[in-house]
Structures are given as C-alpha cells and as structure tokens.
Ligand binder design. Structure first.
Ligand code: GTP
Ligand code: MG
Length: 216
C-alpha cells in the first residue's frame, strides 16, 4: 500500500472518530456531565489516583469510570471496589480508546446527570493524543519516575492536555527528577497547561486536584 493511500485511510479513521466524538460530547453536555480523559504512560498511577479521588468525591457527586486496557478487567475491579460503577474496555491489539468504544460503554453505565465521568485511557503517551473521545479535557498524568523530559519527547500528548498531574511526589527524595524543569518543558509545548503535584498514595496534593475538579 502506498504512502498516499495510508494517509487517506488514517484521515478517514480520524474524521469518523471526530464525528462520533462530537456526538458523545452533545450527550455529555445535555447530561451536564464533566468528562475527563486521563492519559499517561503505563503505570503512572492513573487507577490509584482515581480510586483515591473516588473515595473522597463519590459521596458528594455522582461518578462513573470507563477503563481502557489491552487486556484484563483488573482496573475496573479496583474502581468497583470503591463502590463506583465502572465499565472495562479491552482494546486487544489496539493502543488507545476511540469515540465508538466510549459511546458503547456509556450505554452500560447508569445515568450520571451532573456527575463526572472519568475515562482512563490505555497506558500510552502517543496514540491516545490523536483520538478525541468527546471529553471536556485531557488530563496527562506523569509520575516522577519517568523523567522530566517526557513532555518534550511526547509533545502531542502534553499539547492536547488541559492539565498535567505530576504524580508520585512522595518518591522525589529517592529519584533524580527536576520538577521545575518538567513544568518548564510542559509549558514549552503548551504554554497554557495547568500543573498539579500529587501523591496518590500519601494523599499530598489531593486538595488541589479535587479543587480543580470542582471548577473544571
Ligand atoms: N510511591 C507511589 N506509588 C504510586 C503512586 N501512585 C501509584 N503508585 C504505584 O504505581 C503503580 C502503578 O499504579 P497504577 O495506578 O496501576 O497505574 P496506572 O497508570 O493505572 O497503570 P496502567 O493502567 O497499567 O497504565 C502501583 O504499584 C501503584 O501502587 C504514588 O503516588 N506514589
Ligand atoms: Mg490503570
């Protein structure tokens, strides 16, 4: 297959996805739902942060979660253990969620009028950047064990995100990670990106994250 044909197919796939994402967004707006697309490399702490967030938030505001992973229902099980409804999507060979998968998953969740729908994307700093799911914001999670240069190496993701959450700050005394440099790097690819520093395991910084959610 020639390069031109490949580009045409890719553009067609993205155009179809964008149309479905717009449809999702209409539904989310009608239901006054805040929808966030959590993106990161594998293991940055998305599910841990979500579980802690739900423990603190779910009795104040209706919440639901869509989990995306290549295989297993491990993350959806962790979410359900907090009492919050969750749907697991397994993407198999796929490396990202798309708008159709999210659309179908929403029909398996209870109504969530005025609530928050968290979508945990497949752990991957590349592909999920290109696929709109209909969310209001992408939230990029970066943990301090990954290196402060990641926003420059994977700029599309940080350019697409409204917020960068720097997670695992409890590990800062043990790793070589320059927080100021990381923020500088993220702002080079996205001058408007907001930044919050948290530890999902100790709870440090959770207030700032919960305040951001309250006003998002
Ligand atoms: N020290 C420390 N460890 C954390 C923190 N947050 C998550 N972890 C650990 O990091 C590992 C990965 O956490 P997960 O929440 O599964 O990460 P994830 O981003 O959901 O991973 P995938 O879904 O596989 O992409 C687990 O061992 C967590 O306990 C944190 O704030 N501090
Ligand atoms: Mg996870």
């Amino acid at each position: 297959m020639g390069q031109r044909q490949l580009i045409a197919i890719e553009m067609d796939v993205l155009a179809k996805n964008n149309a479905l994402a717009a449809h999702n967004r209409e539904h989310f707006d009608e239901a006054a739902q805040l929808v966030l697309n959590l993106v990161s490399s594998p293991g940055s702490g998305k599910t841990t942060l979500l579980c802690e967030t739900l423990r603190q938030l779910a009795d104040k505001r209706p919440c639901a979660v869509i989990e995306g992973d290549q295989q297993t229902s491990a993350d959806a099980d962790r979410i359900r253990a907090t009492g919050v409804p969750a749907v697991q999507i397994n993407t198999g060979k796929g490396c990202h969620l798309d708008a159709k998968m999210v659309h179908d998953a929403c029909h398996q969740l209870p109504a969530n009028e005025g609530g928050i729908l968290f979508i945990e994307n497949v752990g991957n700093l590349v592909c999920p950047a290109s696929f709109d799911l209909g969310e209001k914001y992408k939230v990029a999670i970066l943990s301090v064990t990954e290196g402060e240069e990641k926003p420059l190496k994977y700029p599309d993701m940080f350019a697409a995100a409204q917020l960068m959450v720097i997670n695992k700050i409890d590990l800062l005394p043990y790793v070589s990670f320059d927080v100021a440099r990381c923020i500088e790097n993220a702002k080079r690819v996205n001058p408007y990106i907001q930044v919050i520093q948290v530890s999902a395991t100790t709870g440090e910084g959770m207030d700032a994250w919960l305040n951001w959610l309250a006003t998002a």
